[in-house]
Design a protein around this ligand. Structure first.
Ligand code: ADP
Ligand code: MG
Length: 723
């Protein structure tokens, strides 16, 4: 049986359209993998106290009272039905539908679906849809549908109720026959898994929670295994792709650079440097992820790799996510290289190269020059944004791509770059967001991982504190005072806001969606900047920095800040990554609850980069005890990025994490949880690797091969849509 069959062939046309429009379910597979969110148990009524106004809910309740009352228009009737869960009650109200009293008699149980409204403390559903349960159900179909002890409750929409989904699932399951199993049979046996066919039937129509647990385990295996096979194939593919060996040249730029460094490389930098050196010398491309806290010295590791490639006659490109960062990277690389990066200039070293910068907003002449030096190879190191991927950019011999803080650099982008350089380039991805093991194995599953665990000596700790501005208004004044003190000592500060402001349509840049009804809009740079400049920071040199400033203005602010000509920068998260000003010691994050955990951790990495201790103050209006405050307390309590990354992950939906993934497959991970299912993911990875070794073309697993082909198609389609 084929999961790709359209639903139209199983349910009537109108229902098929509803499923497609309401829930984006088009095929049999879509429907069968639309798993119940939970199960209502017959006799176990939904806790009505937990309903929240505004929510669309499906509840299992029992009718306690029925009142029919006349409406203003005397010919019409209002039907008020009170349902109960045994403790609390909920009012259901229908207008002019008196026949419903036939269904809704006292003592009867039913599923009711609708939007919770609240008026003067009374919660109600207006004109709710309902489905009677069990023997009382008026039509025989429904009676059979809900005869079981566990009633599946599906993710539903206002128009497509859970019982409509349930009925379609039943219809399909009853007619499709046995499903092919994509997992190899020996694997199913080895891990005592259910067959796919059984698992799907059991997750939709379980008889007990044991059924659900067993079914979920099997279906999680599908998700993990298909993903891991795709990754194993990709790793195998990389091992088979030829690329020129870039052996380190004695007496070349890398040696000269090491000699010129004013500090010793940390042990981690040295060890990873050796691994990278080995991989660059190999004849297939390196695909490596380099993770380490902000300031752990990743850039230095990457630069040494770039120089090794340049020594071997190739070029290296560094791709940054924003223009500000690209400009900053180019500058700090030129600074680090000194005479080694000034080939052909006065004062250039004997062995030297050039550093070219390419961004989208460059003037025509500068762009022409950059493109020429990239094409003829005189620029050994090229720094840029995604502009590097554009068609006009041609390298003479691109040997290495370093990707900075970029989650959306995937296989397709690699292919684009390969086409520019002639051969498959080595790839080094740098990230300051520590990546939990399971995420490394899934989202970054086709990359090998290296981690810089120690910070270079002489770095001082950052103290973080939460400033509850609503409860303790005085603390905010004290915070401004700390900034003034630090500035008086010659230090500098950041004030970060979630929003730019002025333009009305813009989205907040924080992770947290603002609730338009209950919360004021997030603070904006455009408002906070003049307030500080004319108020608490009067007399200080204050400037603002955000993504809507023209590129040269942004650059000018960054340059002046770096030189110490600005005391305080009021900014959005443009400063989140890479901005390196060791003299900055204080950061005040306004409306800190609007940012995600990892984002806050990244932000505070901008201070304490020098030898003076840093102070990060997280300002919030959220009351103590709320989840938002607990997140901020967690950030304040630990500087361990891995711990915070786990917390962050725990709060996001898996789909969001994998959605931004390099390995696509956004739509196929539903049950797998990256924190909970570590053991399963590890096992699936081992099995997948072994299978691909044994049978690279998956000749022995045709159903799996078909499933993968589908996934790859989906991924391509997604990529093309975005491009
Ligand atoms: P990251 O890219 O991980 O944020 P960088 O490579 O930019 O870190 O390094 C941060 C700062 O620390 C830079 O100023 C860099 O010159 C300096 N640095 C890097 N490695 C060392 C080291 N081993 N000892 C001392 N300082 C270092
Ligand atoms: Mg860096």
């Amino acid at each position: 049986m084929n999961l790709e069959a359209p639903l139209k062939s199983y349910v009537d046309a109108k229902t098929a359209t509803m499923l497609a429009d309401g829930l984006e379910l088009h095929t049999v597979g879509d429907l069968l993998r639309h798993y119940p969110r939970r199960y209502a148990e017959r006799g176990k009524l939904t806790d009505l106290r937990r309903l929240q106004a505004g929510e669309h809910v499906t509840v299992l309740g029992e009718v306690r009272r029925v009142d029919v009352r006349p409406m203003k228009d005397r010919r019409k009737r209002m039907l008020d039905v009170t349902i109960t869960d045994g403790h609390a009650t909920l009012l259901l109200r229908w207008f002019n539908q008196p026949w419903r009293t036939r269904d809704l008699v006292v003592g009867r149980q039913a599923l009711f679906a609708g939007k919770v409204e609240e008026f003067k403390g009374t919660r109600s559903l207006k004109n709710p849809e309902y489905q009677l349960i069990g023997d009382d159900a008026s039509d025989a179909d429904a009676a059979a549908e809900f005869a079981g002890a566990m009633i599946p409750v599906y993710p539903s929409s206002e128009k497509v109720h859970t019982w409509l989904v349930a009925r379609c699932v039943r219809l399909v399951l009853d007619t499709i026959g046995t499903l092919d199993d994509p997992l190899p049979h020996d694997l199913v046996a080895r891990h005592t898994l259910l067959w796919l066919d059984d698992a799907l039937r059991m997750i939709h129509r379980p008889e007990s929670y044991d059924d659900v647990v067993a079914a979920r385990r099997r279906l999680k295996w599908d998700e993990a295994f298909v993903l891991q096979v795709a990754l194993a194939q990709r790793r195998r593919e990389a091992r088979r792709t030829p690329t020129p060996s870039r052996v380190r040249l004695p007496g070349g730029l890398t040696d000269a650079f090491d000699e010129s460094l004013p500090f010793e490389l940390t042990e981690g930098q040295q060890a990873i440097g050796r691994v990278v050196e080995e991989e660059l010398a190999a004849t297939h491309p390196m695909h490596r992820l380099l993770q380490g806290e902000v300031g752990s010295g990743k850039t230095v590791v990457a630069l040494r790799a770039m120089l090794t490639v340049v020594d071997a006659g190739g070029q290296a490109a560094l791709m940054a996510p924003t223009e500000v960062l690209a400009v900053q990277h180019a500058r700090s690389i030129r600074d680090l290289l000194g005479p080694l990066g000034m080939a052909g200039e006065l004062g250039g070293a004997e062995v030297a190269t050039q550093v070219a910068l390419l961004t989208g907003s460059m003037g025509a002449a500068a762009r022409r020059n950059a493109l020429a030096s990239i094409a003829d190879g005189s620029a050994g190191i090229v720094v840029g944004t995604h502009a590097l991927l554009e068609t006009g950019v041609v390298f003479r011999d691109l040997g290495l791509v370093v990707v900075d803080e970029q989650h959306r650099f995937g296989v397709e982008q690699r292919d684009v770059l390969r086409a520019k350089g002639g051969s498959a380039p080595h790839v080094l991805v740098m990230t300051a967001t520590p990546i939990p093991r399971t995420v490394a194995m899934t989202v970054y599953g086709d990359l090998e991982t290296s981690t810089l665990r120690e910070l270079p000596r002489g770095r001082s700790p950052i103290r973080t504190a939460v400033v509850p501005a609503a409860e303790k208004p005085g603390w905010l004044d004290a915070a401004w005072g700390r900034v003034r003190e630090q500035v008086a000592e010659g230090r500098q500060a950041f004030v970060v806001c979630p929003r730019i402001g002025e333009a009305e349509s813009e989205e907040p840049t924080g992770d947290e969606p603002a609730d338009p009804e209950t919360r004021r809009p997030p603070l904006a740079v455009a408002d906070v900047f003049p307030m500080l400049r004319d108020g608490p920071f009067a007399g200080l040199r204050v400037e603002m920095l955000h993504g809507r400033l023209p590129a040269d203005a942004k650059d000018a602010v960054m340059r002046r800040f770096a030189r110490g000509d600005i005391d305080v920068v009021v900014a959005t998260t443009v400063i989140e990554v890479g901005v390196d000003v060791p003299n900055a010691t204080v950061m005040i994050v306004m409306d800190a609850d609007r940012f995600g955990i990892s984002q806050l951790h990244q932000l505070r990495g901008r201070i304490g980069r020098g030898s003076a201790p840093g102070l990060c103050l997280l300002v919030t209006d959220m009351p103590a005890g709320t989840p938002a405050r607990e997140r901020l307390d967690a950030v304040a309590a630990t500087a361990d990025g891995f711990e915070l990354a786990r917390l962050d992950l725990a709060q996001r939906r898996e789909g969001d994490v994998l959605g931004a993934s390099q390995s696509g497959r956004r739509s196929s991970v539903r049950l797998l949880e990256l924190l909970e299912d570590e053991d399963l993911i590890v096992e699936a990875r081992a099995e997948a690797t072994a299978l691909v070794e044994r049978d690279p073309e998956l000749a022995t697993a045709p159903a799996l091969a078909a499933e993968l082909a589908r996934a790859v198609d989906e991924e391509r389609a997604e990529y093309l849509e975005k491009a």
